[in-house]
Design a protein around this ligand. Sequence first.
Ligand code: 3H9
Length: 691
Amino acid sequence: MTAITESVRLEREGDIALVIIDNPPVNALSHHVRQGILDGVTQAAQSDATAIVVICDGRTFIAGADITEFGGAPKPPSLQAAQDAMENCSKPVVAAIHGTALGGGLEVALCAHFRVAVESAKFGLPEVKLGLLPGAGGTQRLPRVTGVAHALQMVTSGDPIGTSEALECGLIDEVVDDLRAGAVAFAQKVVAEGRALARIRDRSEKLADGTPELFADFRKGIARKTRGFLAPENNIKCIEAAATLEFDAGVARERELFGEVMASTQSAAQRYYFFAERAAAKIPDVPSDTPQLDIGSCGILGAGTMGGGIAMNFANVGIPVTIVERNSEALDRGLAVVRSNYERTASRGGITQEQVEERMGLITGSTDQSAFADVDMVIEAIFEDMDLKKEVFAGLDEICKPGALLASNTSALDVNEIASATSRPESVIGMHFFSPANVMKLLEVVRGDASSDTIVATAMAMGRRVNKIPVLVGVCRGFVGNRMLFARRLEADAIILEGATPAQVDKVIYDYGMPMGPYAMSDLAGLDIGWKADTSTSSTVREILCESGRRGQKNGRGYYTYDPETRASTPDPEVEQMIRDFSVAQGHEQRDVTDQEVLERCLYPMINEGAKILEEGIAIRGSDIDVVWINGYGWPVYTGGPMFWADTIGLPEVVAKIEDYHAKLGGEHWELSPLLKRLADEGKRISEYSN
Ligand code: 3H9
């Protein structure tokens, strides 16, 4: 064994040399890894070894460039120097892959003459998710192996493929059982057979499908999903270069397009988000080795839209679920919706018909809460009524076994008060899923004053197990997400009384990058949620609309009118007139409100509220707030979320605007957060703030 650098060593197995990378946690391509590959391969080539295997210790093959090195001055050697050493080596070089060969990792593997992998390995170019593109020749080599259509799919989705697909498209040469022994045996076979050392860069036979029509169709196909993002288009341009230029010219074009995205605010935001999501999993006072409950079953109270969606998350990962409803009609209705959701996924090829049956088989319905007697956790998903929730939790306290986790899916209510209805507040916690619960990634885990560390750790772990992104928050009205949403709504409702229309507000928010604006969202949710005809007093625009029979999308009339066939929305002049009449009667002067003002007045109160949330310790970190908004409400990840966006604008400017609006408009939501002011004065960033 010879140490080459701190993370790379050289070993021998008979006449095969092994260049072994050991750079935990994910063998990222730090400068000493690049140096190690360069020197290791060079030394092995000069030795009497007949072939070279590049292989990794630990849990994975190289998972990409070291993202923490981005943004600083580049450290030598370049990745290309290490890749050239492999690709131009006169002896066969075999990449031995386990875990995830991602980004720069796969780009290194593509410079080997051969690739073998264990069955469980995955291969991908996820750079687009960091607002980047594979900048080490990956966009030029991948289509030469997989064909253009396949490569386009991989670089624009960023999603990895498994071994069977990789074998089929030629990305790997062989699947081996034991990585090291299998790779060595493969290398010996290559030597014995005297196989030619094929360099991917010299191949072009797979590029033939790269026609202009293919690119045009592909762009059209992903346009909706990639709206607002810069990186997907640059990735496509790179693959176009591969299909139309010589290899070296293609690499030069790739470098140019990589430079563009690397310098963009979008990529800085997306790289920030990568670490923000991982930071959210860490709770400073609940260490990762905190004992957790062993959860083997889950009860859900309520088979409505939320309850059914939550149940699907558990069934999807093989956890048996018991759903309880008041009566069998409501239960049957809820279960039928779950089934039809699964059937729809199956009809689109997302899961097989057997999986539909398997998952439905894990869901048991009952109208008797005593069915919860043996479950390890229960999630209450009934409507938002404190008295009812307290009654329910008192009942669960009687029925559930000692130690069971008792969660409420409340979206705004006081978890401490709910917990007080039980004799075991330490077992009670909020688990706030976002609608549709089977789709949205966010889970707000709401820690009550008494929630035990075990319950907190278990709720966070369960969130991850059901494929959500859990964020720990504290108790306040609306927690992090909805509390900030309320602030936006207050101001949006004020602007439409001054002359902006709901359609203008929605368009500004949509153009900023959110999936929809506040009024389209209201129409979708239903205008009459929480509205009662007998207590309605025509005192808000929403009340007036509800009183005139407008219920939102469900009856085709809300802030917009909806085409009964296509569900397409059109701004409604009648609604605009109703709003004008109402605001004139209230004494509001009408004026043209600019789009910039709409944007600032909708989003700056959210930043201010976010800062207050941090000040009160409701969120642990500024970045946690961004994780909430990106995953719960579709805030565009390419701006980094509300806190990172505020830093991008510059906190002093944001503070000045908030003070300005407060002076003009008044209102508690415009009262400047002292924390925001302090950070602005000290030149600090709110996205980096941590309690
Ligand atoms: C690239 O390659 C550009 C190229 O084209 C070259 C151009 C010239 N760097 O996710 P986990 C840390 S761009 C630095 O919890 P898992 C991570 O922060 C890169 N650090 O584990 C965490 O740290 P901590 C393309 C990294 O098992 C720890 O490792 N590659 C990197 O759930 C464990 O991570 C990617 O985008 C990195 N590249 O998942 C792959 N990756 O423990 C990004 C991870 O302190 N990585 N860390 O919180 C992943 O997708 C997942 O980490 C992976 C493992 C699937 C590998």
